[in-house]
Write a protein that binds this ligand. Structure first.
Ligand code: FES
Length: 124
């Protein structure tokens, strides 16, 4: 894994610590327009990757904890994604709900040469 400083700027969640399992390469970040998200299958999990307008990347479980809505189709509002089904809001960096719901799972993610690399969450 490359950890060039230019690639890590603005990354939502640190990943790739020594001992971490290998990352899952999902393709060029440029395939996700700024301000949008996309859903990917990662080791049996559905992961929503978001690119806020500042060019950073974040990865959350693609299923809204409220009722399973498609978070990748949600609207980005700054550091928050708003689920399209019932408009509950979740912080991209932490997965915490700002509207009283259960938190959504956060996946470590980084850019490696412009490519999205997602890691399994650390248990605990
Ligand atoms: S399913 Fe996401 S807010 Fe209801």
């Amino acid at each position: 894994m490359t950890t060039a400083a230019g690639d890590l700027g603005g990354i939502g969640v640190a990943g790739g610590a020594p001992g971490c399992p290998a990352g899952h390469r999902l393709g060029p970040a440029a395939e996700i327009p700024l301000g949008e998200g996309r859903a990917y299958a990662v080791a049996g999990a559905q992961v929503a990757v978001f690119r806020p307008r500042d060019g950073s990347v974040y990865a959350l479980s693609a299923l809204c904890p409220h009722a399973g809505g498609p978070l990748a189709d949600g609207q980005l509002d700054g550091a928050v994604v708003v689920c399209p089904l019932h408009l509950h809001a979740f912080e991209l960096a932490t997965g915490r709900s700002r509207t009283g719901q259960q938190s959504v799972q956060v996946f470590p993610v980084e850019l490696d040469g412009g490519e999205i690399v997602v890691y399994q969450p650390v248990a605990g």
